[in-house]
Design a protein around this ligand. Structure first.
Ligand SMILES: Nc1ncnc2c1ncn2[C@@H]1O[C@H](COP(=O)(O)OP(=O)(O)OP(=O)(O)O)[C@@H](O)[C@H]1O
Ligand SMILES: [Mg+2]
Length: 405
């Protein structure tokens, strides 16, 4: 990627759509130069269920990002989540080709191809093949085998797959909104990990948990590589729903109460306070104590952390999480979320804020933008190459399908 090239990350979340415009400055730092957000109404638990509403929110968010940045956006890097996401670890092995038996980039490409040779049902597609480590003859633990001499090259990789329809719906929404899809669609927790985690955390072993509105996403790293990923269809929206029911108020009011007075651990409340809850359908407002709010929020947050823990335990490297857990996503802003996670999971927990520079840092340095900023880091890391299928071809294909069914 060229210095000062303008890139745009598009986080299509269940609660909000965020477009983040950035560029890499002379020092190699990511500068954010534009931000646009718009409420998202077309997704359920991370998956697009209403194309029209999603297209509209994408347009609004990107247009706002164009205005704040003063740049015209043509291409966006987008993420994907939803409980259709699956992941597995796989291996591939090849014979090194050259006469001198020195491993080249081409050999690495071939072994990664071999490692992704898994049988997949037709309705699923590979999103990422992320290398973990290579073995050259009997020497294992090699991060980059190019230049090594050897006869057999083996690769261990983490493969992430998703439902073809869910992936295609995101691509269609972006194209319908008038933008090109940069590179491929990126798994959201992987994107978040790029903006929030530090290299030493990834080496020591760390789990990132991104609790959004509709999903809770997990990614586990050890020895510098990704080892495990999981997307769960539960998130901050459930907490809001519980409050709306428990306090007999509207969802909008419950959302407001959650953000202002939400508390994930009752025992943290040193002195109780009274808060006013507006009544529904013309009823008078009532006063309730904050401990009641905490009593509603805590069990749901506890359930989310327990579920996350149950899946984290399935990872082979669960016992090696030396750097503990990094919480991110909007719901990590609920007061006491960190302390509760620490109690439930029995390991150190931090809240992860995306790393950015530039004029808009105050806006963007929030767990809400971990994915959006991470998509920019993905674009920087993996290059801003053209999408695998040019949008024009996709459009013609779609037109043909529309006409001939
Ligand atoms: N200040 C705050 N305090 C508590 N909760 C908050 C705060 N700000 C946002 N949230 C909650 O965070 C959630 C949204 O988080 P986020 O923006 O990360 O989700 P999303 O990316 O839109 O959704 P998903 O990733 O699940 O598709 C909502 O449930 C919202 O109520
Ligand atoms: Mg999200």
């Amino acid at each position: 990627m060229e210095k000062n090239e303008i890139i745009c990350g598009l986080d299509i979340g269940t609660t909000k759509i965020a477009a983040i415009v950035g560029k890499v400055d002379e020092e190699g730092n990511l500068n954010v130069v534009g931000v646009g957000t718009h409420p998202s109404h077309g997704l359920r638990r991370g998956v697009v269920v209403n194309i029209e509403k999603t297209v509209d929110s994408i347009r609004q968010a990107v247009q706002q990002a164009e205005l704040t940045s003063g740049h015209r956006i043509t291409k966006v890097f987008a993420g994907i989540a939803g409980d259709h996401i699956r992941s597995l670890n796989s291996k591939g092995v090849i014979a090194v080709s050259g006469k001198d038996k020195i491993i080249t980039k081409k050999d690495v490409g071939r072994v990664l191809d071999a490692a992704q040779n898994i049988s997949l049902p037709r309705d699923r597609k590979i999103l990422h093949v992320l290398p973990q480590e290579f073995t050259v003859d009997n020497q294992d633990g090699i991060k980059n085998p190019v230049g090594f001499a050897g006869t057999l090259l083996e690769a261990e990789v983490h493969i992430i797959t998703g439902a073809v329809t869910a992936i295609q719906n995101i691509i269609n929404c972006i194209e319908e909104a008038g933008y090109e899809v940069g590179n491929n669609i990126v798994l959201e927790p992987y994107a978040s990990s790029l903006s929030v985690l530090h290299e030493d955390e990834r080496d020591l072993g760390v789990a990132i948990i991104d609790i959004g509105g509709g999903t809770t996403d997990i990614a586990i790293f050890f020895d510098g590589a990704i080892r495990y990923t999981k997307v769960l269809g539960i998130g901050g929206e459930q907490v809001t729903n519980d409050l709306a029911q428990g306090l007999r108020t509207s969802k909008d009011q419950a959302e407001e109460i959650k953000k202002r007075y939400g508390l994930a651990m009752q025992s943290l409340l040193q002195k109780d306070e009274l808060i006013s809850v507006p009544g529904v359908a013309g009823r008078l407002p009532r006063e309730i104590s904050r401990s009641v709010v905490a009593a509603i929020v805590e069990p749901r947050m506890e359930e989310i952390f327990q579920l996350a823990l149950k899946y984290m335990e399935k990872s082979e490297v669960y016992d090696s999480l030396g750097a503990g857990v990094v919480l991110t996503g909007g719901a990590s802003l609920i007061e006491g979320a960190k302390e509760l996670a620490q109690r439930v999971m029995g390991m150190p927990v931090e809240v992860g804020i995306p790393r950015v520079y530039g004029g808009l840092v105050e806006t963007v340095r929030s767990p809400i933008f971990a994915t959006g900023v991470g998509l920019l880091y993905y674009a920087i890391k993996h290059g801003t190459t053209q999408p695998p299928e040019p949008p024009l071809i996709t459009k013609i294909k779609k037109m043909v399908e529309d006409i001939f069914g």
